[in-house]
Ligand binder design. Structure first.
Ligand SMILES: Cc1cc2nc3c(=O)[nH]c(=O)nc-3n(C[C@H](O)[C@H](O)[C@H](O)COP(=O)(O)O)c2cc1C
Length: 186
């Protein structure tokens, strides 16, 4: 649930209704609908929701890094979280948080380690989308990755106006064959 439509005033009533309706747990994206995605997420509402329901309440909204998770845990008191855009922008964010939570060293995924994922994402995009849509979907992900990887900024600049499937495939290191026919053969 979000906190409400244009005000959080109904948040506790909504949470209670969800629990009474049989929800096994509740994820709170701590913003209203009119807040959209505007920072900050109001994590301080999460303990208020937890106070009125017995089911576990998960914190969600604006967790982009291990530091954000730490602040969110302090403010929300929630042990469990849900990641949205943070995981798209940093594909190993859940692993980083799990390591931090276990008191282990956090080792960040490198750009090189991310390449097989980019290629797999491209293969799936080409197989499932139209030729017009597929490059756009990859660019969308790349744009999110630019938040954390300078290499993504460079690649995004090169790819920005590219619509040809073969050229896109070449830019992510899959040159040679037409990406679509490769995907369809699979
Ligand atoms: C790729 C992606 C897909 C999402 N799909 C849904 C969805 O199907 N239903 C939904 O209610 N929210 C969806 N969301 C919103 C997230 O669940 C989350 O509440 C929101 O993005 C705020 O969290 P964040 O700041 O971690 O992104 C999606 C978010 C992302 C990034």
């Amino acid at each position: 649930m979000r906190l409400g439509f244009d005000s959080p005033d109904g948040a506790l009533v909504c949470a209670t209704a969800l629990a009474e309706g049989g929800a096994a747990h509740i994820v709170v994206h701590a913003r209203t609908k009119t807040d959209g995605y505007k920072p900050p997420a109001h994590w301080e509402w999460i303990p208020r929701v937890q106070d009125v329901v017995k089911v576990p309440v998960f914190a969600n909204g604006d967790i982009w890094s291990v530091e954000d998770w730490q602040r969110c845990r302090e403010i929300s008191g929630a042990e469990d979280i849900m990641l949205g855009r943070g995981l798209v922008a940093r594909p190993d964010l859940a692993l980083q948080i799990a390591a931090a939570r276990a008191g282990e060293e956090v080792v960040e995924m490198t750009w090189a380690q991310l390449q097989p994922m980019l290629r797999d994402f491209w293969t799936q995009s080409v197989a499932q989308l139209t030729e017009r849509q597929a490059p756009g979907r990859l660019k969308q992900w790349l744009a999110m990755l630019t938040r954390n990887y300078p290499e993504a900024v460079e690649l995004f600049t090169l790819m920005r106006r590219e619509t040809d499937l073969e050229q896109v495939a070449r830019l992510i290191g899959m040159p040679g064959r037409h990406a679509r026919s490769m995907a369809l053969q699979d």
